[in-house]
Every structure is written in structure tokens, then in C-alpha cells.
Ligand binder design. Structure first.
Ligand code: BV8
Length: 251
């Protein structure tokens, strides 16, 4: 494993543009469950009941209760060593660095990354379906307050600002992400199973365009076959090592 990390570090230190894609695995060490692992959320809860527009239409309170409960857990979470390693990488590569995440947990921002594209939204944002405002909402609500009233127009027709299955991602953001995958020198995939489209296309685009693709994951994933190198291990252990080797190499 160490030899592969050294190889990746050697390639990355000479690169100008680094595009990183993260998934739930990077936040596991922060105490946030993944989706498809042994104790993942989709093993306990069904997507159809909690993460589709139909589910929300049928029972907004039930969907809100689920997100409110997740928000409570996520609010207590802190970035781990893997998040901080990516913040250091952005410091090193400045404008050449971009971070695309499927995570809605805000931990990359707390770790001080700046150029972040949150393709599946953010659990700390609420969207009003009446006045269309999207606003920062870190409150965890009492059950009788759900759905929470809009801070602006007071309507109770609000929703978490996340992307559910069957909904389109923000068009300009996914286009930007595709461009970043196609034009980077190095594409790094971290802690994602690559099960969800269209994000799972990003490593494929990078590989198709001849970019160096490296995956950091606790296990092999559907992304592994598109990667030049796969580094199996916990991201909170492998990424700090990667970054320390890059820093040493860049003097
Ligand atoms: C859409 C939101 C257009 C909020 C989530 C073909 C083409 C296009 C679309 C589709 C298609 N086929 C099917 C679709 C539709 C669907 C889709 O992809 N379905 C899949 C399941 C087949 N996609 C959509 O609906 C998307 N929209 O395509 O719009 C459209 C519209 C209608 C019809 C057609 C097309 C919208 C998808 C949005 C989904 N939103 N959640 C919330 O969190 O509640 S999904 C959910 O999955 C999360 O957002 C999550 O981020 C995302 C991805 O999961 P991962 O992050 O990868 O997590 P996972 O548990 O799977 O994996 C964890 C990994 O970490 C593992 O590999 C593990 O080994 C690793 N790991 C664990 N510990 C560690 C570690 N690695 C390193 N270190 C560790 N310590």
C-alpha cells in the first residue's frame, strides 16, 4: 500500500490541477454512517420511503423527521484527519484544486476547504417551496415544529435542500464538475461506492480523457476499474500520509 501511495504522491506533486470527489466513506470516522456499507443507512431505511420526491409528497413530516434526526447527529460531528488532509491539499494547490462532494454533512467546509461543489446539497440548508428561498438552517427541531416554517414567508411548505433520487442535480454544478473531471491532471476519488448517477460518471470521464485517476477506499468499488491506482485503506489514515509525502516532495 505504501508504495502505491508514494507513486500517487509523486504524480500529484507535479500536477497543476487536482479534482477530488468524495463520498460518505470520508465522514465515517467522524461518526456519520455511510449508505451502502454493513451498517449503512440504506440497509435500515428504504430510499423510496425517505429519499424521493414521492415520499416527501406523501408524508413530508416523516421525511423531515428522518432528516432532522440525521441533522442532529451530523451537527455533533467534527471533521476527521481525511477532511483536514484535503484542506491542506487545497492550501498547496490553491486555485488548481477543486473538491466535488456527494456529502451533505458540511464537514469539508468546517475543515476549511473553500472550493467545494456540493452536488447532493447540504443538510444545513432549508428550501421554501412557496417563496423559493434557500437559507442556512442549523436548527434541530422538536417533533411538533416539523415541517419547520420558512424563515421568510412563514409557510410550512419547506424541505431539506438535498437532492433526492429521481431529482435532477443543479445543471450548472454538474456541468462544472464534468469539466473539472475532464480537464484536471489528477482525479482523486475518496470513500465513494460509485453507485449513484450521474456523479459516478465523473471518474469515468476523467479516465476517458486520459487523466490520472487514483482511488482511496476501504474496499474495491465500481470506480476501481476506472482507476490507474487503487489505494485500499481508511481515508483518515491514507490521506494524511499522501499529503505528507506530497509536501515533502514539493520542498
Ligand atoms: C438524476 C441525498 C436525472 C441526500 C442521495 C443512470 C443515469 C442517470 C441516472 C440514473 C441512472 N440510473 C439510475 C439513475 C437514477 C439515480 C441513481 O443513480 N440510482 C442508482 C441507485 C442506480 N440517480 C438520481 O436519481 C440522481 N438524479 O440522475 O437526475 C434523472 C432524473 C430522473 C430519472 C433519471 C435521471 C440523483 C441522485 C441523488 C441521490 N441522493 N442522497 C441524503 O443524503 O439524504 S444518495 C446517497 O448516495 C448520498 O447522497 C451519497 O452521497 C450518495 C453516494 O453514496 P456514497 O457516498 O458513495 O456512499 P456509499 O455508502 O455508497 O459508499 C461508501 C464508500 O465508502 C464505500 O465504497 C466504502 O468502501 C467506503 N468507505 C467506508 N469507510 C471508509 C471508506 N473509504 C475510505 N475510508 C473509510 N474509512
Amino acid at each position: 500500500m505504501i508504495e502505491r501511495i508514494k507513486k500517487a504522491a509523486d504524480i500529484i506533486k507535479n500536477a497543476k490541477r487536482i479534482t477530488v470527489l468524495t463520498g460518505a466513506g470520508i465522514s465515517k470516522a467522524s461518526g456519520i454512517p455511510t449508505f451502502r456499507d454493513k451498517n449503512g443507512l440504506w440497509r435500515k431505511y428504504s430510499i423510496e420511503e425517505f429519499a424521493t420526491p414521492q415520499a416527501f409528497k406523501e408524508n413530508p413530516k416523516k421525511v423531515w423527521q428522518w432528516y432532522n434526526q440525521r441533522k442532529k447527529l451530523i451537527k455533533q460531528a467534527k471533521p476527521n484527519k481525511a477532511h483536514y488532509a484535503l484542506a491542506e491539499l487545497e492550501e498547496l494547490f490553491k486555485d488548481g484544486f477543486a473538491l466535488i462532494t456527494q456529502n451533505i454533512d458540511n464537514l469539508h467546509r468546517l475543515a476549511s476547504n473553500r472550493r467545494i461543489y456540493e452536488l447532493h446539497g447540504n443538510i444545513f440548508q432549508t428550501k421554501c417551496l412557496v417563496c423559493d428561498k434557500v437559507y442556512l438552517d442549523e436548527d434541530v427541531y422538536e417533533d411538533e415544529q416539523l415541517p419547520p416554517a420558512c424563515r421568510y414567508c412563514k409557510s410550512k411548505k419547506t424541505r431539506p435542500n438535498v437532492v433526492w433520487f429521481g431529482e435532477s442535480l443543479d445543471t450548472s454544478m454538474i456541468k462544472k464538475a464534468m469539466g473539472l473531471a475532464a480537464t484536471c491532471d489528477v482525479f482523486i476519488s475518496i470513500g465513494t461506492s460509485g453507485a449513484v448517477m450521474p456523479v459516478a460518471k465523473l471518474p469515468q470521464i476523467a479516465q476517458y480523457m486520459g487523466r490520472y485517476v487514483v482511488e482511496f477506499n476501504a474496499d474495491y468499488s465500481t470506480i476501481s476499474m476506472f482507476a490507474d491506482d487503487v489505494i485500499i485503506g481508511k481515508a483518515e489514515e491514507t490521506l494524511p500520509l499522501l499529503v505528507s509525502l506530497i509536501k515533502r516532495g514539493r520542498g
